[in-house]
Structure formats: structure tokens, C-alpha cells
Design a protein around this ligand. Structure first.
Ligand code: SAH
Ligand code: SF4
Length: 360
């Protein structure tokens, strides 16, 4: 079955060497293929120094290009949003989105882990889409490679970092509800024969699936971001419904166990909703909940979307809220929102099945 074919985007050198040897092709060829792959080139026909026979084997016996770029939008702030169509497997024809966020000294790719999401947080655009399925490791890693390819073909303005230095699992879906795909994709991103990203440069955002966070800590302990959004159970039950299954005391214990290196911290994401979770009492709940030694609060402005039913707190109020947290000894920052004009910001990702006209 096509789903079981190995994925070029996530394959290890060891496994690819095994395959090339079984095709009677010298082992050094596997290395050459991965050099192309790591540059973002997944189409065997574009791998210039590879013999025709190997190109054919790769095309027939691996899934080489799991994503087809359907649309790319560029924001006035340099952010690029990509819409991909899945080309194979169970989710063939469905769409996913990824975002590239350039800064002066770093370049971050925000990737999706699922098509849609089951968890239904009421302020989240992706949540309104319903759940379609989990991405494979190849489909997850291919998002990073596709962005790399695009940056090679069409470099950004020179004030921005031209390379991908960070990856965040903050696109569509709940990454820890897709443990197989996500764990394998993390290994592939960190593999010394792959993109060689260090775990310090990868951040996974989760709404708080406790046993899965424990397993992530044991497996890779990449940077962790938690969608907290409320530090008191009644409100969090409403804003992040998974809280009914894993309430705050359980999450608290779990975060205290998560393995952190020196200088590293857990990010607590907090989307500021006017009159909902931005009140005085919310500062008090946060002050009771946050572990000041190990955690930072990142205040996110709410990204509205048609029919959302919430309003974001004002910039001024967010700054004030941050100041008050800081006065209580909590490290708090306000996140600058990027790509808002092209709906590329947090929680705005929702791949439409009928995409607009491609950017020329
Ligand atoms: N499912 C994971 C990761 C994807 S969402 C999670 O929930 O953590 C990435 C971040 O965007 C989360 O913190 C999420 O709560 C936040 N988010 C969702 N909808 C948003 C919106 N409309 N405005 C701002 N942030 C939003
Ligand atoms: Fe899913 Fe995260 Fe959106 Fe909640 S915020 S619905 S967990 S993608």
C-alpha cells in the first residue's frame, strides 16, 4: 500500500543506504541523495549528480514529494504563508499550511501536525475546521524542506536571515495527539544526517496532554510551550477543553517533571481575550500557578477571524498585564504578531479546500 512506502523527507541515511544496496547501487549514492534532500530538493529529477536508474527507483519505491505547493502569500513584514496539498496516502487532496517568519538573525518555520484538530478550543480558527487526520513524519518534515526550497529559489530581502534556524510546532493541529508522526519527525529534524537541528531550536506547543508531555520529555525534551490561556480550572475548562481531562494540578505536576537544560524554560502561552482572561483575578491565578524558576508567560494578542465571537485585549492593556505579572516576579513578554494581514498568525490557520488563485 502506498502509505507504507518510506518517505524521502524523513528517511535516515542508514535506511536509505540499505535500500540503495538492495538495488545494487553503491552506498555513497545514498549520501548524495540526502545532500539534495537536506537542501530542500525532494524531486529526484532535480538531483543533478544522480544516475537515472536511482532516480527511477526513488520515484517508484519512496514517497518523494508528499506536498504540492498550491499557494504562497507574502506579508508586508516578510512572513510567508504556504498552502500545501497532500499528494498521497489517506489524506490525499487535503490541505495544510506552514508559515516562515524571518527576523534579522533567525528564521522560524511554523509547521502543522494534523489536518484540523479535535480539541475545539473556542477561540481557535483551526479548531472550527473539525478533524481530518494525522500527518506522517514525512509530511511534517517536508513542510520545512519545502520552505527551504522556496527560500533558495526566491530569497528574502537582505535584512532578513536567509536560513531556517528554528522550527515550531504551532501550526494546524495538536502535535501530541499525533505522537507517532511528531516523534518521528522530531528525530528526522534533529538527525545528524538530516537537518541537524538542535533540540534547543525546536519548540512544540501543546494544549496540555499530560501523559504525552511526559513521553515527549523522555524521548527528546525539545522546548515546550503550553497553551495555558487560563490558570484557574473553571475558565480553562471553557477555553482549553482538554483541561476537563487533564486539569491544572495534573498539568502542574507534569510541567515540574519536564526535563530542562540550563538556560531553558517552559513557555506558557496566554492569548489575551478582552474581559475573559485579562482581569485582576487572572493575574492572581497566574501568580499562584506559575513556577517562576522554570516558566515564562508569553502574552499573545488574539487574532480575530470571521465569526470568532471574542475580542482581543488592547495593546495597552496587554502591556499593563505583563507589567503586573513582572511585578509579581513572573517573567512575562508580549508576543509580536506576524503575518496578520495574510491570516498567518497563531490560530488563524485553516486550510481551505478551495484555495484562491495562486500567487504569481
Ligand atoms: N494545538 C497546539 C498548537 C497549535 S496552536 C496548541 O494548542 O498549543 C498554536 C498557539 O496559537 C496556541 O497557543 C493556541 O492556543 C494559539 N491560538 C489559537 N487560536 C488563536 C487565536 N485566534 N489567536 C491567537 N492565538 C491563538
Ligand atoms: Fe487544537 Fe491548539 Fe486550536 Fe486548541 S488551540 S483547537 S488544541 S490547534
Amino acid at each position: 500500500m502506498i502509505q507504507n512506502l518510506p518517505q524521502l523527507a524523513a528517511i535516515t541515511l542508514e535506511k536509505l543506504t540499505e535500500l540503495t544496496e538492495s538495488w545494487n547501487i553503491p552506498r555513497y549514492r545514498a549520501k548524495q541523495v540526502l545532500q539534495w534532500r537536506n537542501k530542500g530538493i525532494l524531486n529526484p529529477d532535480e538531483m543533478l549528480n544522480i544516475p537515472g536508474e536511482l532516480k527511477e527507483r526513488l520515484s517508484n519505491e519512496l514517497i518523494c514529494e508528499p506536498l504540492q505547493l498550491v499557494q504562497r502569500q507574502s506579508s508586508i513584514d516578510g512572513t510567508r504563508k504556504y498552502l500545501f496539498k497532500l499528494t498521497s496516502g489517506r489524506l490525499k487532496g487535503k490541505m495544510v499550511e506552514s508559515v516562515y517568519i524571518p527576523e534579522e538573525k533567525r528564521g522560524t518555520v511554523c509547521i502543522s501536525s494534523q489536518v484540523g484538530c479535535v480539541l475545539d478550543c473556542p477561540f481557535c480558527y483551526t479548531g472550527t475546521q473539525g478533524f481530518e487526520g494525522n500527518l506522517t513524519a514525512g509530511e511534517i518534515v517536508a513542510q520545512v524542506l519545502a520552505v527551504k526550497h522556496d527560500l533558495l529559489n526566491e530569497p528574502l530581502a537582505s535584512e532578513f536571515s536567509p536560513s531556517i534556524t528554528h522550527v515550531v510546532y504551532m501550526g494546524m493541529g495538536e502535535p501530541l495527539a499525533n505522537e507517532d508522526g511528531v516523534h518521528q519527525s522530531l528525530e528526522a529534524l534533529m538527525n545528524p544526517d538530516g537537518l541537524k537541528l538542535s533540540k534547543r531550536r525546536i519548540t512544540l506547543s501543546t494544549s496540555g496532554l499530560v501523559p504525552q508531555i511526559d513521553r515527549l520529555g523522555e524521548a527528546t525534551s525539545v522546548n515546550l510551550a503550553i497553551s495555558l490561556h487560563a490558570a484557574e480550572n473553571q475558565l480553562r475548562d471553557e477555553l482549553v477543553p482538554i483541561n476537563r481531562k487533564h486539569p491544572l494540578n495534573e498539568l502542574r505536576q507534569c510541567l515540574n517533571r519536564y526535563s530542562l537544560g540550563k538556560q531553558r524554560h517552559i513557555t506558557l502561552e496566554y492569548v489575551m481575550l478582552d474581559g475573559v482572561n485579562d482581569r485582576d483575578e487572572d493575574i492572581e491565578s497566574l501568580a499562584r500557578f506559575v513556577n517562576r524558576e522554570r516558566e515564562r508567560v508569553n502574552l499573545i494578542s488574539f487574532n480575530p477571524y470571521p465569526g470568532s465571537g471574542y475580542a482581543g485585549s488592547s495593546k495597552q492593556h496587554m502591556n499593563e498585564f505583563a507589567k503586573r505579572l513582572i511585578s509579581k516576579g513572573i517573567r512575562a513578554t508580549v508576543r509580536r504578531s506576524r503575518g496578520q494581514d495574510i491570516m498567518a498568525a497563531c490560530g488563524q490557520l485553516k486550510a481551505e479546500s478551495k484555495p484562491h488563485k495562486s500567487e504569481s
